[in-house]
Design a protein around this ligand. Structure first.
Ligand SMILES: NC(=O)c1ccc[n+]([C@@H]2O[C@H](COP(=O)([O-])OP(=O)(O)OC[C@H]3O[C@@H](n4cnc5c(N)ncnc54)[C@H](OP(=O)(O)O)[C@@H]3O)[C@@H](O)[C@H]2O)c1
Length: 292
């Protein structure tokens, strides 16, 4: 089938970038410059990449995602997640391309007792969250609200280390302790990629949206599910003890929201995608790693 849309993807080697590369529809001509050719720290590379590609859509899946390290590297996190994202959106806007930008549940402080809607006030607790919020605002401002900004949560998938790969590694060594008082929605990178491709096909969609897999879990629940599924698939030889602990027993540099469930209802309707429970997608992801 003839490609109808040219899409320029920043961050194509990360988790989301990998999922987008692997699932691009035939109707899309996907351009995936390496980081040196599209560097969010260098405006000249962003302008050159956009001008060379003449894209219909620019997707920003690139980000500084080291939540812990960001506490000691706030300037770098801000330069990539806020200034870099804004400059890329400005380049897209200048070239008449639509901008799709990804943000995070960590823009919220986690004090809510119902899923966060896109219109709820943001109040990040961490440097990373603040840098991503500044990026959202910069992208919206320089595209006069025409950009699509999709917040997601607890992402895992091929392409980079994540909670699933970390847990599997630790479980092979022995017992693990996992925080049980932070609650969110584990989200497979493929699920987010499907949502983004659906959004690419809907050019009128703009503004702030939320996307995550259905259902909620604590990190402890997520770890228990990872172990059960991995043992069933033969990815782990035996089950180990998993102990639930409190956030205060696992000190970290960055503060994280205790509750960051996203309300995805409106986005799911807009994208015409059915809810898929996080555990179903976890099973699919693990089955893929076994070649199943
Ligand atoms: N991971 C999560 O749990 C999570 C949760 C909520 C929201 N999000 C958001 O979802 C999006 C995708 O996250 P992800 O998990 O796919 O991230 P990821 O796996 O860490 O990938 C990020 C990508 O961005 C690239 N990158 C970093 N700095 C760059 C720069 N200056 N110029 C160009 N590229 C650069 C990285 O390249 P290198 O490998 O060379 O560093 C990497 O390929 C991000 O916006 C993130 O904030 C993630």
């Amino acid at each position: 089938m003839k490609a109808e849309l040219t899409v320029l993807l920043a961050g194509s080697d990360g988790q989301l970038g990998t999922a987008l590369r692997r699932t691009a529809p035939d109707t899309v001509r996907l351009l995936t410059p390496a980081r040196a050719e599209l560097d969010l720290l260098r405006v000249d590379t962003m302008n050159a990449a956009v001008q060379a590609a003449r894209p219909d859509v620019v997707i920003n899946a690139a980000a500084y995602t080291a939540v812990e390290r960001a506490e000691s590297e706030p300037a770098l996190a801000h330069a990539i997640n806020a200034e870099g994202a804004t400059a890329l959106a400005a380049a897209a806007e200048g070239a008449g391309a639509r901008m799709i930008h990804i943000s995070t549940d960590f823009v919220f402080d986690g004090r809510a007792s119902r899923p966060y809607r896109p219109t709820d006030p943001a109040a990040p607790l961490s440097v990373y969250g603040a840098s991503k919020l500044a990026g959202e605002r910069g992208v919206a401002a320089c595209t006069r609200g025409r950009a699509l900004v999709v917040r997601t949560a607890w992402l895992y998938g091929a392409g980079a280390p994540n909670f699933v790969t970390t847990m599997l590694g630790r479980m092979r060594e022995g017992a693990v302790r996992v925080v049980s008082d932070q609650v969110g929605s584990p989200t497979w990178s493929r699920s987010l990629a499907a949502a983004i491709w659906s959004a690419v096909a809907r050019p009128a969609l703009s503004g702030l949206h939320h996307w995550a897999d259905a259902g909620v879990a604590s990190w402890y629940d997520f770890a228990v599910a990872i172990q059960e599924e991995a043992v069933a698939l033969g990815l782990l030889e035996r089950a180990v003890s998993i102990d639930p602990i409190q956030t205060q027993d696992y000190p970290t540099q960055a503060r994280r929201p205790p509750y960051s469930v996203l309300d995805v209802h409106e986005t799911r309707v807009a994208l015409a995608l059915p809810p898929v429970h996080w555990r179903t997608n976890l099973r699919r992801m693990l089955a893929e790693t076994t070649g199943g």
